[in-house]
Design a protein around this ligand. Structure first.
Ligand code: AMP
Length: 181
């Protein structure tokens, strides 16, 4: 299984990706986690990402695509869940090209849905350093402008499934499982 978890910041992509990967032995590929790791370790990647992340802006597509390409090279053949990538049309097209080169395809894109009040509340509870009220608001805007258009990119491919992201973690997990069947 090669899948993408799509949805607004705070909708629970990370939590659900963790459950899916634990259950199926897939790799959890979260660009946000990789970038935070880079920042913590002071790598070049972290340096490139730091400013944009602290503002709640997106890191440059080229930086992200290079990161994903390296990561896919390192997990040859394994199933995976992409969490927080792609976030722009350029990234989605870049991913398609990478997969084509590997003679692979994306099996599913699961769109987790929730009302804005729910995702804002979850981000406030999460309390990450980039979860200040201003960056939260900005990240939601960035999602609307740059990431939401991916729905229209994946829908015609027939691989997009919408899953209600409100409820108990286990219930949402089972909904995703059904959407993958
Ligand atoms: P996340 O952990 O997915 O919420 O990502 C946290 C932050 O990392 C985002 O607000 C962006 O600044 C950056 N980021 C993570 N993934 C991407 C991506 N695919 N493209 C651009 N920026 C990203």
């Amino acid at each position: 299984m090669r899948m993408v978890l799509l949805g607004a910041p705070g909708v629970g992509k990370g939590t659900q990706a963790t459950l899916l990967c634990k259950r199926h032995g897939w790799k959890h590929l979260a660009t946000g986690d990789m970038l935070r790791e880079g920042i913590a370790e002071g790598t070049l990647l972290g340096l490139k990402a730091k400013e944009a992340m602290s503002r709640g802006d997106l890191v440059e597509d080229d930086v992200i695509l290079e990161l994903i390409e390296k990561t896919l090279d390192g997990i040859k053949g394994a199933g995976y869940v992409l969490d927080g990538f792609p976030r722009t049309l350029a990234q989605a097209r870049g991913l398609d090209e990478m997969l084509e080169k590997r003679a692979e395809n994306l099996d599913r894109v699961v769109l987790l849905t929730a009302d804005t009040e729910v995702v804002v509340e979850r981000m406030v509870l999460r309390g990450r350093v980039d979860d200040t009220p201003e960056t939260v608001r900005h990240r939601l805007e960035v999602y609307e402008n740059s990431t939401r258009p991916l729905i229209g990119f994946y829908e015609p491919k027939g691989i997009l499934r919408r899953v209600d992201g409100v409820g108990k973690i286990e219930e949402i997990h089972e909904r995703i499982e059904s959407a993958l069947a």
